[in-house]
Design a protein. Structure first.
Length: 226
């Protein structure tokens, strides 16, 4: 029998719906669908966009799902990422660290939460362990993630993401790989040495000696590269 992540069978949900004389029809699978229903005549538009229709709805309208649905975000993983990022960015300055990147996604059969940290002096095992403990405690208290997951905290490595102009200034003279939002001369990816960063953008010095000027608004994503 097919069951969801909470162990509720699809047959059980149908039987519960029939007992009430209404039908519960999610257009997307839910993270959690327990057989606890309440009757409503209309669903607000934000919830319709998340896959709900009028009729029986799961009682899993707990704070996490409610806030995620009403703030208009596109997925639960985006909501989780945003909340964790808010906490981590408030935590790290006192430790002399910065958050470079956060990832929360499903890989294989499980979910992985990755935090990449950096500092001018680098990041060691002790710093990663401290942040890991703080984040684990925060997640236990807030109960943001209903499913099992694996937490990884590390430095960003040699191919560190470049998020903003501050990063381009910091890594002046380093080699970077830049991907543009829109093609320039039929090309979207450029690799070169970072030069002349200012308020509007930066230069890339290419291997052939040519120089290209790029505005920050043009950049989709960028990383240091070898």
């Amino acid at each position: 029998m097919e069951r969801d992540v909470c162990g509720c069978s699809s047959v059980g949900r149908v039987q519960a719906s029939q007992a009430w004389g209404r039908e519960f029809k999610p257009r997307r699978p839910l993270q959690c669908q327990r057989i606890l229903f309440f009757l409503v005549d209309a669903i607000p538009q934000p919830l319709k966009e998340c896959g709900y229709e009028s009729g029986l709805c799961p009682l899993f309208f707990m704070p996490v799902l409610q806030e995620w649905a009403h703030d208009g975000q596109g997925s639960m993983s985006e909501y989780v990422t945003e909340k964790i990022q808010e906490f981590v960015e408030s935590l790290l300055p006192s430790m002399g660290l910065e958050l470079v990147e956060i990832q929360y996604r499903q890989e294989g059969e499980g979910w992985v939460l990755r935090l990449f940290l950096d500092s001018p002096d680098g990041v060691g095992l002790d710093e990663c362990s401290k942040v890991s403990r703080e984040v684990s405690f925060f997640l236990d208290v807030e109960d943001l993630i209903p499913n099992a997951f694996h937490l990884e905290v590390s430095s960003p490595g040699l191919e560190r993401p470049l998020r903003d102009l501050k990063d381009f200034i910091r890594f002046l003279g380093k080699k970077a790989r830049v991907k543009l939002r829109h093609p320039r001369g039929g090309q979207k990816v450029f690799v070169g040495m970072i030069g002349a960063p200012d308020e509007s953008g930066f230069d890339l010095l290419f291997e052939d000696g040519a120089t290209g000027r790029f505005l920050m608004d043009e950049v989709k994503k960028a990383r240091l590269t070898l």
